[in-house]
Design a protein around this ligand. Structure first.
Ligand code: GDP
Ligand code: K
Ligand code: MG
Length: 298
C-alpha cells in the first residue's frame, strides 16, 4: 500500500557564504543548476533544482549565503532572498563548514529558529578533516545546542553521505502529487542559466579583482535553425574593472567566452555562438531599479 504513495515537497539549502550549498545542490541533482566558486556571494538568487526519482520529487531551493555586511542594495537583496526561502518549506538543510562556527552561522541559526521549519544540520567538507574521531563529540554538542532535527556529516564535493541525506529528506516530505514535470530540473529559464554560466566563469577567473561588482545581461538570444546566437553584456562598476575583464589584447574576455560557450553548449545540447561585451555602469549594484532590470526582483 505505502509503495504507491508519492512524496513531494520543498527543501531550502541555507548557510553562510562558501560552505558549499550550491555544490551540494548540484551533486544531489547530478546536474549543474547552480554556479559555484571559491568566492563568497557567487549565488545571488534563489535557484530551484528539481529532483524526481521514482515516485518522489524533491524541490530544492539554493540560496545566497546569509552574510553580515550589507553595504549595497545587491547584498540586501541576497539576504532577503535567503531569509524568505527558509519559510514555507517542508525542510531546511543548514550547511556548515566542518567544525568552524562563525558569527554568520549564528545569524543563520537565529533566522531558522524564527522560521520554524524542521532543520537538518549538514556538516560539509568532511573530506578535508584528518581526524574523523574529533568530529563526533562536536557534532553532538552542536546538534543539541541548535535543536536540529537531524545531523549528518557529508562531502558535497566528493559525494560522501549524499544517499543518506536523500533518505532523511524523503522522511520529511509530505505525500502528494508532483509540482513539476518529471523531466524538469529547474524553474529557471535557459536565458537565466546562460547568464549564470557566464558569471561563473568571470567569478572563477577574476573574483578577487572584481569583488561582486559585475552583472551579466543577455541582450540577444536567437536560434537560426542551426546555431543559437547569444549576445551578453557584462556590467562593471568602473573603467579599471573593464580593463581587467578584457585583459591584454582581449585575451581574458576571450578565454571567459570560450569556457562559457562550452558549458552552454553542454547544457543546451547544441551549437552556440557567444558574443560578450563589457560596459561600465557605475552604481548598478546599489541601485534598486537597476537591480530589478537585471532580474534581481524576487
Ligand atoms: P556556497 O557559497 O555555499 O554556495 O558554496 P559553493 O558551492 O560555491 O562552494 C564554495 C567552495 O567550496 C567551492 O570552491 C567548492 O568547490 C568548495 N566545496 C564545496 N563542497 C565541498 C566539499 O565537500 N569538500 C571540499 N573540499 N570543498 C567543497
Ligand atoms: K561560493
Ligand atoms: Mg552558492
Amino acid at each position: 500500500m505505502s509503495e504507491q504513495v508519492s512524496r513531494c515537497g520543498f527543501v531550502a539549502i541555507v548557510g553562510r557564504p562558501n560552505v558549499g550549498k550550491s555544490t551540494l545542490l548540484n551533486h544531489m541533482l547530478g546536474q549543474k543548476v547552480s554556479i559555484t566558486s571559491r568566492k563568497p556571494q557567487t549565488t545571488r538568487n534563489n535557484v530551484t533544482g528539481i529532483k524526481t526519482e521514482g515516485r518522489d520529487q524533491i524541490v530544492f531551493v539554493d540560496t545566497p549565503g546569509l552574510h553580515k555586511h550589507e553595504p549595497r542594495a545587491i547584498n540586501r537583496y541576497m539576504n532577503r532572498a535567503a531569509g524568505s526561502a527558509m519559510k514555507d518549506v517542508d525542510l531546511v538543510i543548514f550547511v556548515v563548514d566542518r567544525l568552524a562556527w562563525t558569527e554568520e552561522d549564528e545569524m543563520v541559526a537565529r533566522q531558522l529558529e524564527q522560521a520554524g521549519s524542521p532543520v537538518i544540520l549538514a556538516v560539509n567538507k568532511v573530506d578535508k578533516i584528518d581526524d574523523k574521531n574529533a568530529l563526533l563529540p562536536h557534532l553532538q554538542s552542536l546538534s543539541a545546542r541548535l535543536g536540529a532535527d537531524e545531523i549528518i556529516p557529508l562531502s558535497a564535493l566528493r559525494g560522501i553521505n549524499l544517499d543518506r541525506l536523500q533518505d532523511i529528506i524523503l522522511n520529511y516530505l509530505p505525500e502528494g502529487p508532483h509540482f513539476y514535470d518529471d523531466d524538469q530540473f529547474t524553474d529557471r529559464s535557459a536565458r537565466f542559466m546562460v547568464a549564470e554560466i557566464i558569471r561563473e566563469k568571470i567569478t572563477r577567473q577574476l573574483g578577487d579583482e572584481l569583488p561582486h561588482q559585475m552583472a551579466v545581461e543577455i541582450e540577444e538570444y536567437k536560434h537560426d535553425g542551426k546555431t543559437l546566437h547569444i549576445g551578453a553584456l557584462i556590467l562593471v562598476e568602473r573603467d579599471g574593472q573593464k580593463r581587467i575583464l578584457i585583459g591584454n589584447q582581449g585575451d581574458r574576455i576571450k578565454q571567459i567566452g570560450q569556457q562559457a560557450r562550452l558549458d552552454i553548449e553542454a547544457l543546451l545540447d547544441g551549437k552556440v555562438m557567444l558574443r560578450l561585451w563589457v560596459k561600465v555602469k557605475s552604481g548598478w549594484s546599489d541601485d534598486e531599479r537597476a537591480l530589478r532590470s537585471l532580474g534581481y526582483d524576487d
